[in-house]
Design a protein around this ligand. Structure first.
Ligand code: ASP
Length: 600
């Protein structure tokens, strides 16, 4: 037996016991004739005391960091206790030891504040994983996994595996492909998600399915994207949107309870996609704080206040506003006292290439009721007040205004809002706010191809009362510039996203389950019957054999874990990073009958 106890479990009660530990050497401290060693394993750290009688053996076999050690000895009370350590009241007086394996000097120290940079830590991930900080992340991931499985099991969901080597049907992201040796010239794809499989399982009558499953998308890497990532993938039969919302907010609340001991008792807020876009500038609003966007142009148009003077809308005033497609504002609480330096810095912030705005206009709503602005020379003070009022500002606020093309301005102000929220400490790590975003558009318009694309995916159903609009209209867009006037532009999807603290953590939809509507959808996306029968004939065929109404959702498991763990990067919550891709042998190419033809 290599060990009788772990390095995390010994307490005063074990005093006098003779036992054996095994683990890694964290530190070695020599004081004259005695040597202290901190021995570490997954469960903790125990101090070892090597007395005088062992010094000769230690000199002959010096211990280094990360050596693997087996020690036997007696537990004794420590004279110099360490209250910061669960085992800090005791130490093991070593009677004998064996070096099970030596270690090269590690390239960084195995402790919470390590001196290894990101690249080094990723290269030696197996050492990085010995660090407590990383281990905690993986423990959290496992806790989320258990909680999810328990909840879904209690609610009659069945975990059913689906294949990884599938037919390529790219829609949305790019597929990873795998050559088939047995069928030269043919390729499998790795699934972007088990979407069509889970729908087939519904047709088969497995009315509550789930899987914690790897998905593969050949996308460019970002901190929050990985080519392979894990989803909590779920599907249910005989459900409407409301059933899904209830079931899965239950799931997330259960995870909060099990993993963070947070009682999320309030109902999860709901918001339409349109409100999210207008009020927060994006479809995954962080609702931990307000600071909503105001549309100054339409506000003034409605009230006519400034329009009548011609100042804000029709020339005569500040040219940038007059000529802009849109003018949007946020009122930042308590920042009216910003110095020139601070407002200049914010202006630079919006001018950075990532944001790309030309400039930033501000109005300070001073506590004494006066107004001060970067566009003072264009507007009298009462006009500034009117603008600030329509941005919902009160005394003490700093109104920040951006103008330009609608989409870009909205995105920029949304980013600025999040930045100000962060700077003002309004986006607290330990506060969790869930939100359902509903009523997404079913289609988006792809300008380059002059056709519709599915905003979620092609299996998403329109709202029940809009099915007729979809069936009865020709999807072809005659006038590209007027696509917004096409009836398809207004069709809403029976789809929902779950948002946590400004991150989309899950999304899904009620599905199309009848062949004619599914065919209409494929046609709307520009596919010919030959194309959709070739790619999705299996699903269309299955819909002819008693497909029940169904719907589902998938959560991004890695991201959910990273948010619960208070980290920005999902990589911190994934165990192993591989040194891949790489080239393959000539023999492998030969077997696959593939010849490389790399473009220079
Ligand atoms: N399969 C979808 C996705 O990966 C989620 C769903 O609709 O259930 O986004």
């Amino acid at each position: 037996m290599y060990r009788t106890h772990t390095c995390g479990e010994l307490r005063l009660a074990n005093q006098g016991t003779t036992l054996t530990l095994a683990g890694w050497v964290q530190t070695v401290r020599k004081f004259g004739a005695i040597t202290f060693v901190d021995l570490r394993d997954r469960y903790g750290i125990t101090q070892l005391l090597f007395g005088e009688s062992l010094q000769a053996q230690l000199d002959a076999q010096p211990l280094g960091r990360e050596f693997v050690l087996q020690v036997s000895g007696v537990v004794q009370e420590r004279s110099n206790k360490n209250p910061g350590l669960p085992t800090g009241e005791i130490e093991l007086v070593v009677q004998s030891f064996v070096i099970l394996n030596a270690s090269a000097v590690p390239p960084f120290t195995i402790q919470d504040d390590t001196d290894g940079g990101d690249d080094l830590r990723m290269k030696y991930r197996f050492l990085d994983l010995r660090r407590n900080a990383v281990k905690k992340n993986l423990e959290l991931r496992y806790a989320v996994n258990r909680s999810v499985r328990n909840y879904l099991h209690e609610n009659a969901f069945m975990d059913i595996e689906t294949p990884f080597l599938i037919k390529s049907t790219p829609e949305g992201a790019r597929d990873f492909v795998v050559p088939s040796r047995m069928n030269p010239g043919q390729f499998y794809a790795l699934p972007q998600s088990p979407q069509t499989f889970k729908q087939l399982l519904m047709v088969s009558g497995y009315d509550r399915y789930y899987q914690i499953v790897k998905c593969f998308r050949d996308e460019d890497l970002r901190a929050d994207r990985q080519p392979e990532f894990t989803q909590i993938d779920c599907e249910m039969c005989f459900v409407e949107q409301e059933d899904i919302l209830n079931m899965f907010e239950g799931l997330v609340k259960r995870v909060f309870k099990d993993v963070k001991n947070i009682e999320y008792s309030e109902a999860v807020q709901r918001m339409t996609w349109e409100d999210a876009m207008w009020q927060y500038g994006n479809d995954k609003p962080d609702i931990r704080f307000g600071m909503k966007l105001s549309n100054l142009k339409s506000a003034f148009r409605k009230s006519g206040q400034l329009l009548a003077t011609g100042e804000l809308i029709n020339g005569a005033g500040f040219g940038v506003f007059d000529n802009a497609e849109t003018v949007l504002a946020i009122a930042v609480p308590g920042c009216a006292e910003y110095s020139r330096k601070q407002t200049d810095e914010l202006t630079d912030w919006v001018k950075r290439p990532q944001i790309g705005m030309q400039g930033l206009v501000f109005i300070k709503c001073n506590a004494d009721g006066t107004y001060k602005s970067s566009v003072d020379k264009f507007y009298a003070e009462e006009r500034l007040k009117a603008i600030a009022d329509s941005a919902g500002a009160v005394a003490g606020d700093l109104v920040l205004i951006l103008a330009g093309r609608e989409e870009k301005t909205r995105k920029a102000l949304s980013d600025l809002r999040l930045e100000m929220g962060k700077r003002l400490g309004l986006r607290k790590d330990n506060e969790f706010k869930l939100l359902w975003v509903l009523d997404f558009p079913l289609f988006e318009y792809a300008e380059e191809e002059n056709r519709w694309v599915a905003r979620h995916h092609p299996f998403t159903s329109p709202k029940p009362d809009q099915i007729d609009t979809m069936i009865n209209n020709n999807p072809v867009i005659e006038q590209a510039a007027e696509y917004l006037a096409h009836p398809y532009a207004n069709i809403k999807a029976n789809a929902y996203d779950m948002v946590l603290n400004g991150n989309e953590i899950g999304g899904g939809s009620i599905r199309i389950f009848q062949r004619p509507l599914q065919e209409k959808m494929f046609a709307a996306l520009g596919m010919t019957p030959e194309e959709y029968n070739h790619k999705f004939g299996f699903l269309l065929g299955a819909f002819e054999y008693g497909a029940p109404p169904h719907g589902g959702i998938a959560f991004g498991f890695d991201r959910l874990c990273s948010i619960l763990g208070g980290s920005e990067s999902i990589r911190d919550f994934i165990a192993v990073m591989l040194d891949a891709p790489s080239t393959i042998d000539a023999k492998q190419f030969d077997e696959l009958q593939i010849q490389l033809n790399l473009k220079p």
